[in-house]
Design a protein around this ligand. Sequence first.
Ligand code: NAD
Length: 267
Amino acid sequence: MIKVAIVGAAGRMGQALVRCSKVVTGMQVVAAVDTAACPLCGKDSGLIAGIGENGIKITHDLAAAVKDADILIDFSFHENVPVTVALATRHKKGVVIGTTGLNPEERAAVDEAARVIPIVWAPNMSVGVNLLFALVEQAARALGLDYDVEITEAHHKFKRDAPSGTALRLGEKVAQGRNQNLRDVAVFGREGLGGERPRGEIGIHAIRAADIVGEHTVLFATEGERVELTHRATSRDALAKGALQASLWLAGKKPGLYDMQNVLGLS
Ligand code: NAD
């Protein structure tokens, strides 16, 4: 039985993780962590997640939670990720990171920790999106630079980072398929007199509205035809179940940085 601690337990994804952990066999939630300022701190995490009392109260004591768990699952805030991986490193525990919006220093902290502990980091934990990553790279390789690529993503109005980590990863997949470096060819939104679209550019655009769970489309267009690959998430459960699947997979793995392609055997 794998024991997991959920960091960001009072949040939208945290609650979905607690809820879905009930239907995933071979694991048990042993700690639910959020900030001291969180009004749900001290409340039963099962009640908050809508599955009835589970006896695990939401705590702000991450240090204690780390000791009880085999694996930490972090869906919190980018600034907290270095804290989670530092504690996990000290106690030699694996970490599944779903949190997005990491800056280069935070990303470096994850890379550094992955020398000592196993980490799955994925901007999107859904099986469908990870299949989309593989399909997009394949399409980009087959269609080449004659097809203009535009990536659009839509999320709920509370999402704090833009574009989504998933949109950026889709951009990287396009770039890999076409032997480009995303940083050299990405354009984020467009405004003003930008002139003619350069060949090979990858446009990335973010929509924020109401309660949209998460939608991503990669458009490949040339004169006379276009191909669109779309994924739509209709609930957070697909993401939560993917993260729980990743924790089961991670238990006992060697130190290193893994992604959902590894978890799902798609790489
Ligand atoms: P949310 O705002 O609903 O929840 C985040 C929770 O983390 C909040 O309860 C907040 O109080 C808590 N938190 C913030 N700082 C913390 C800290 N220092 N310690 C402990 N808890 C802390 O957000 P959400 O929609 O649940 O998303 C959380 C993160 O996960 C975001 O970065 C989001 O982009 C990402 N996300 C990733 C995936 C994926 O599949 N990888 C899917 C959905 C969301």
